[in-house]
Design a protein around this ligand. Sequence first.
Ligand code: PEP
Ligand code: MG
Length: 752
Amino acid sequence: MATINRDHAKLICDIGELSAIITDASDLDAMLQKIVDTAAGHMEADVCSVYLFDEARQELVLRATRGLLPSSVGNVRLRAGEGLTGLAFSERRPICEADAPSHPAYRYFPGIGEEIYRSFVAVPILRGRRPVGAMTLQSKQSGHFSTEDVQVFRAITMQLATTIEMARLLLTLQVDPTSITPSPALPDLRFVRGQVGSEGCALGEVVRIRQPSLAEIRALIGSAALDLPDLRRAVAATEEQLEHLEELAGERLSDVTAVIFSAQLMMLRDQSWLGAMEEQIAAETPTAEAVYRVILNYVELFDRMDNAYMREKRYDVMDVGRRLLANLSGHRDAESRLEGRIAIAAELLPSEVLKLGLEKVGGIVLLSGGVTSHVAVLARSLDLPLIFVDEPRLLEIPDGTRVVLDARQGNLFVSPSEEVEQRFREQEENRRSAPQLAEGMREETRTADSTRVYLLANINLLADIEVARSYKAEGIGLYRTEFPFLIRNDLPSEEEQLRIYRRLVEGMPGREVTFRTLDVGGDKVLSYFDYAAEANPFLGLRSIRFSLRHRDVFLQQVRAILRAAHDIKVRIMFPMISSPDELANAADAVNECRASLRLQGMPACEHVQLGMMLEVPSALEVMDELARHAEFFSIGTNDFVQYMLAVDRTNVNVADLYLPHHPAVLRGLHRAITAALRHGRDVSVCGDMAHDPRFVRFLLGIGVRKFSMSARYLPRVQEAIFATRLDEAQVFAQRLLAEGSVVGTTRILEGG
Ligand code: PEP
Ligand code: MG
């Protein structure tokens, strides 16, 4: 039996090779052909074929092959469950047969040259849990493929799944025309006060980010005489810009951007798309109009798709379309449109925030969301100043208006006077010349009377690790694993997750690393995942509830964590646990993964500590039972405050009621920490209260010795701890706990 060379197989899992497949291919058919050629080569197979599922006809269609007759492409069609390929697809499992023709489910297709092949492997192509096609291998030699080969082929297929699915979507679309309408206005606004989401300052011109704005760009082009060479030039410029963005995202943000730009490039290079534009131009449609119609038509086609994942593609089409039209207009360089500007938007998706960061916007003003929302959390990781305001008229400010965004105080100055601008510049100058805070950080943190305290970092993007190291974080107290899930267009595979998690583990050698399992739902919606719309998403299928409901997604993640941490002692914690039963269910999933990895002989972590986040008030009542199962606790104060006070953490309307210093919150924290310590459990605080200097004394006073926060806050918290005596902190905490009103706790915290 010929076991293939695993080193070679590893190569294809390399993102470099994956993007080469996309970049080098001239169109989708060529790309699929390249995929089967590459996979056949790696797997030393006589035949490699890819079948994609045609939703309209509910059939698997052969889309590319190396080895079978080329004329079979497009003509071999199977129903789900039909033949060995259909079976692998419908049962979502690999099938490996030493002598396929003797299998009862084998389906013979005359005239495609298949009769000479004996051994056969079929693996489903899965997007998340949904099968979207299948890949097959065949060899003349019977018994040619080993179990290990199947595993490697599966891994290769997983790697290629996103690319293949993208190709599948594009192949199923056709084109046809439509139209839309524009309009802006100008009011009189000078100063707006908001809430700080991510600290920083910026001075620049406004750019409003709104969907859809294709029609406006279309209007800019007007009736300019443009021709086919202009379109080709615009395509080339767009391609160059996207490649540049991909390169910028490159290593630094590869955990979250790996597929955003490659998907867009693939669209841009799709021959049927450009072909449709060229056809319309040939039929005398003005060039800009032709481009506009084709883009719009694609947007609408995706809009009409009945599954969320496909609908989600509309944003990519919009993005590419806008860029292409802007380049075609030559009116304004699409690339410099955002750099240094202050983006104003009604709302933004995490992926949009990321793109704005890459395109170097100076700052962001958002009309929805709250300071603990995840868009804010992401902006902090990207070091992008961000404020939330409740002033819809801001959306009417014309692009190009100058503003000063002071995201330290939460102020926005519209068309500022020369004096305001000058003051702002001076402040920034002083700040830049201030000593670098990271340099003053000490290795160990102690209170004024020498009690040891541990300061760790919260990590959202892998890029945060470097910052955490520079601020001397003693480990990772919270890795929010959901960002790679949120920012891409589909679920990352186990292998993709493994690669990301491995970089996290390697980024903090010898230090404590705590993974939090997927925390989606609430304001972190997986837009590509089909779930029912919820009236109250924060009380819905969020967090651990999502993971337990979609156990296959959960198991894939836990397997990836255990594999990434195979040579270290790792901590895994579950978010939003509300009962010991839920905790036990989650822990079972981890045990199941360990057992299956062991069975498969895959290296996996032997020393796992399982813990939970304390975020739901019900946990307070069952702390003793929870402490029996949880080896550690981490308090997520962002959610703890939200659920304790029934105040949506992302709702600007009730932001004034979101009170971390509410007596119920303070007493709840005290109870939780006391119970955890009574059971000898490690306990930390990882929500925003951990970095708020107002609460450092209180938290120390009730027994917290471990704080985890965005690394940029570490210096000021360390400084506050060094300035605090433990006995004084305890007295202070007692005073706060004795106070039963918000007015009272406010007074004490303000030094009264
Ligand atoms: C929290 O709720 O405090 C927390 C740290 O988790 P997240 O902000 O990601 O919900
Ligand atoms: Mg939380």
